[in-house]
Design a protein around this ligand. Structure first.
Ligand code: AP5
Length: 218
C-alpha cells in the first residue's frame, strides 16, 4: 500500500498516520517529523528548514524533495508507505509521481482529512507532542494519563513553536493557497478519497481505514 494523507494543519494527519501505518504494517513517513528531528539535532538540513517552519511557510521544494527521495529509497519503504505532510503542493506531487515511476511504482490512494478552520485552531493550540517518540496529545481531547508526560516513555511533552495562533492562521493560508489544489489534482488522477476528520480519534481511524480499503481495491 502506497498512501498519502492530505489535510490542513491540525486535521489529525500525524495522529491518524501513526494508527493507520500500524494497522496497514507500513512505515509512516512524516516530513514535518523528519524536519523537526533535524532541527533539534542541529543538522545542516535542520538549519535550512528552521526559519521556514517557524514562520509557517513551506520549506523549499528542492530541499524537501531530496529528503523524501532518500527516505523512500530505504528498504522499509520498498513494499509501501504512508506519507504524512508530503506532497504539499502540485510541483511536489509531480515530483513524487516521477520518483515512483522511476521505481516502477505508483500511489494507491490519497486520503483527504476534512475539518473546519476554527476546529483546527482549537486543536493546535492544545496540542502537546513527545520529543522522544513523536506521539501527539491534546490537553483536552486526547490527554496523557499524567499531565505533561508521554504515556509511552514518560518524556516531558512540549508545545511546537509553530502552534502560536498567528502562525496557525498563516499555516492555514499557506494550506489554502498551496496545498488545497492537490485535492483536485488527485481527484483527476482517480486517487482521492475524502472523509470527515471530526469526532473521536478511533471513529476517524475506522472511517479512514474503510475509505483507504475501498479506494485501493477500486
Ligand atoms: P507538519 O508537521 O506536517 O505540520 P502540519 O501539516 O501543519 O500538520 P500538523 O502536524 O500541525 O497537524 P496534523 O494534521 O498532523 O494534526 P495532529 O495529528 O498533530 O509540518 C510542519 C512544517 O514543516 C510546515 O509548516 C513546513 O514548514 C514544513 N514541512 C513539512 N512538510 C513539508 C513539505 N512537504 N514541503 C515543505 N515544507 C514542509 O493533530 C493536531 C491536534 O489535534 C493534536 O493535539 C491531536 O491530539 C488533536 N486531534 C487529532 N485528531 C483529533 C480528533 N479527531 N478530535 C479532536 N482532536 C484531535
Amino acid at each position: 500500500m502506497r498512501a498519502v494523507l492530505v489535510g490542513p494543519p491540525g486535521a489529525g494527519k500525524g495522529t491518524q498516520a501513526q494508527i493507520l501505518a500500524t494497522e496497514l504494517s507500513i512505515p509512516k513517513v512524516s516530513t514535518g517529523d523528519i524536519f523537526r528531528a533535524n532541527v533539534s539535532g542541529g543538522t545542516e538540513l535542520g538549519k535550512k528548514a528552521k526559519e521556514y517552519m517557524d514562520r509557517g511557510d513551506l520549506v523549499p521544494d528542492e530541499v524537501t524533495n531530496a529528503m523524501v527521495k532518500d527516505r523512500l529509497a530505504q528498504d522499509d519503504a520498498a513494499e509501501g508507505f504512508l506519507l504524512d505532510g508530503f506532497p504539499r503542493n502540485v510541483p511536489q506531487a509531480e515530483t513524487l509521481k516521477t520518483m515512483l515511476a522511476d521505481l516502477d511504482s505508483k500511489l494507491d490512494v490519497v486520503l483527504e482529512l476534512r475539518v473546519d478552520e476554527e476546529e483546527v485552531v482549537n486543536r493546535l493550540s492544545g496540542r502537546r507532542s513527545c520529543p522522544e517518540c513523536g506521539r501527539v496529545y491534546h490537553v483536552e481531547y486526547d490527554a496523557p494519563q499524567t499531565a505533561g508526560r508521554c504515556d509511552d516513555d514518560n518524556a516531558e511533552l512540549y508545545q511546537r513553536e509553530d502552534d502560536r495562533e498567528e502562525t496557525i492562521r498563516h499555516r492555514l493560508k499557506v494550506y489554502r493557497d498551496q496545498t488545497a489544489p492537490l485535492v483536485e489534482f488527485y481527484e483527476n488522477e482517480g486517487l482521492l478519497a475524502t472523509i470527515a476528520a471530526t469526532g473521536p480519534v478511533g471513529e476517524v481511524s475506522e472511517r479512514a481505514m474503510a475509505a483507504i480499503r475501498e479506494k485501493a481495491s477500486s
